[in-house]
Design a protein around this ligand. Structure first.
Ligand code: SAH
Length: 436
């Protein structure tokens, strides 16, 4: 696979003779990255894998089937995906979980052990739904969703997007070698490879006369899976462009260009974003409930995956309170809002930690309550591969999950109290009327 012998031997020595290839690769890469971090000038910045947002990359170690924890069923279809038969499911939500408001929480499926059971415990004992967006698009994206939405009568967004690499980019078929069996991409991430990689691949293939030997094939395939490279010419592979990632993730073309974003910011924003078709499938049950529009509390909005999904479903966005700390992401969402001529109100806030009960109460009064609260809090400390800060939900960034819970719970309390107070007053007025 092209690893230096000393690194391979030290990985075997350190991990023991029975360690799987995947774990060894994980070990070697982690070592390489640790060195890169100690010496950040060694490679250009875009070559440095971003530990913080590298999600489930190492769990899968370039293969779609590896590294999925045992509590997640395979195929990863949650409570159902289009075109995959499964028995009709009924689920009984715990009473405390039932809305209003509806809420929808998202995070990486392959989180550290115990993370999902804690998330579930906080979010009213709702069972997570684990879905791989490979069922909705040409790329894998394994995510867990905890929500109190109905699960019957979901339907997919139209038009159905390309489901394979070859459907997405038909011209690549001309150059696709028979020994590269990929039809789907791995998870689209926040970091991309650099041109050096594609050059190295080209050189390696050109050194072989005709069909490359097995060693070269393995090396090329390894790099292609690692960096999601596609064939664009004889012996030539290319990195995905941001607009190609936008298409696979279900966003309008140039969505992340809004507000003059640079290329690296675009990759970063897209790597963290919702896969729109997947989320829209879950939200589709809301369409008939909100013909006059929805009031959305969008926490950790990023580039607006939830907003785009609802808009594409034709659910009018009556009010959106978006809370997002990154100015780049706020600009992207703001520019999409303007470009799509939204007639509703967009209220932009920065930090979920500053969204306290008083502010929530005020917003609930002004907007008449929230219909849906969406959020995918940062996953930086949740991945088992993050050897620098694998602190689980207690980690610096991932701890923000508790803010998601706090906000949902506060909104529920305020809204239920107001409903109760309203019913109570109505009752009092009625009985006074009867007495009269
Ligand atoms: N679902 C989003 C992406 C979520 S990624 C999408 O579809 O694009 C997590 C997001 O949380 C990132 O955009 C990050 O900038 C944001 N974030 C991190 N800390 C935050 C905080 N304290 N308050 C609000 N947003 C925060």
């Amino acid at each position: 696979m092209g690893f230096p012998i000393d690194e391979a031997s030290s990985a075997i020595n350190a991990s023991g003779p029975d360690t799987s290839i995947t774990e060894l690769m994980d070990f070697i890469y982690a070592g390489q990255m640790a060195t890169t971090f100690e010496n950040p000038l060694q490679e250009p910045p875009h070559m440095i894998l971003n530990y913080d947002e590298d999600e489930d990359y190492y769990e899968r170690a370039f293969s779609d089937e590896d590294g999925v924890p045992s509590h997640i069923s395979k195929p990863m279809i949650g409570f159902g995906v289009p075109n995959v038969p499964r028995p009709i499911l009924q689920r009984n939500l715990p009473t405390a979980a039932i809305g209003p408001p509806y809420f929808y929480f998202e995070n990486i499926a392959c989180a550290l052990k115990g993370v999902w059971s804690t998330i579930s415990r906080f979010l009213y004992e709702i069972e997570p739904e684990f879905v791989d967006s490979v069922h909705f698009s040409a790329a894998a994206r394994k995510r867990g969703y905890v929500h109190n939405l109905p699960i019957q009568n979901r339907y997919p967004l139209m038009p159905i997007p390309p489901l394979t690499i070859q459907e997405a980019w038909p011209l690549t078929k001309t150059w696709w070698p028979t020994w590269d069996k990929r039809t789907k991409l791995n998870c689209l991430r926040t970091c991309v490879g650099c041109p050096k990689i594609t050059k190295r691949i080209r050189d390696a293939l050109e050194r072989c006369d005709g069909v490359p030997d097995l060693h070269t094939q393995n090396y090329v395939l390894h790099e292609c899976k690692k960096w999601n490279l596609v064939w664009v010419g004889k012996n030539r592979v290319a990195l995905l462009e941001p607009d190609e990632m936008e298409m696979i993730l279900g966003y309008p073309e140039n969505h992340t260009r809004g507000g003059g974003t640079n290329r690296m910011d675009r990759y970063k924003a897209l790597g963290n974003a919702f896969q729109v078709d997947t989320v829209a499938y879950h939200f589709s049950v809301l369409k008939s409930n909100f013909p006059n529009g929805i009031t959305l509390l969008s926490l950790f909005s990023g580039i607006g995956g939830a907003e785009v999904a609802l808009h594409r479903l034709g659910v009018p966005l009556k009010n959106v309170v978006s809370v997002e700390i990154s100015p780049v992401n706020r600009k992207i969402l703001h520019s999409w809002w303007e470009q799509t001529n939204q007639s509703g109100n967009l209220i932009e806030l920065e930090d979920v930690q500053e969204l306290g009960a008083d502010k929530l109460e005020h917003l609930i009064h002004v907007l008449g309550g929230f219909d849906l609260i969406v959020g995918g809090s940062p996953c930086n400390n949740l991945t088992g591969s993050n050897r620098l800060s694998r602190d689980g939900l207690g980690g610096t960034h991932s701890i923000l999950f508790y803010d998601y819970f706090r906000i949902v719970d506060t909104v529920k309390c305020i809204m239920n109290w107001e409903l109760f107070a309203y019913e109570f007053c109505k009752g009092v007025v009625c009985s006074l009327y009867m007495e009269l």
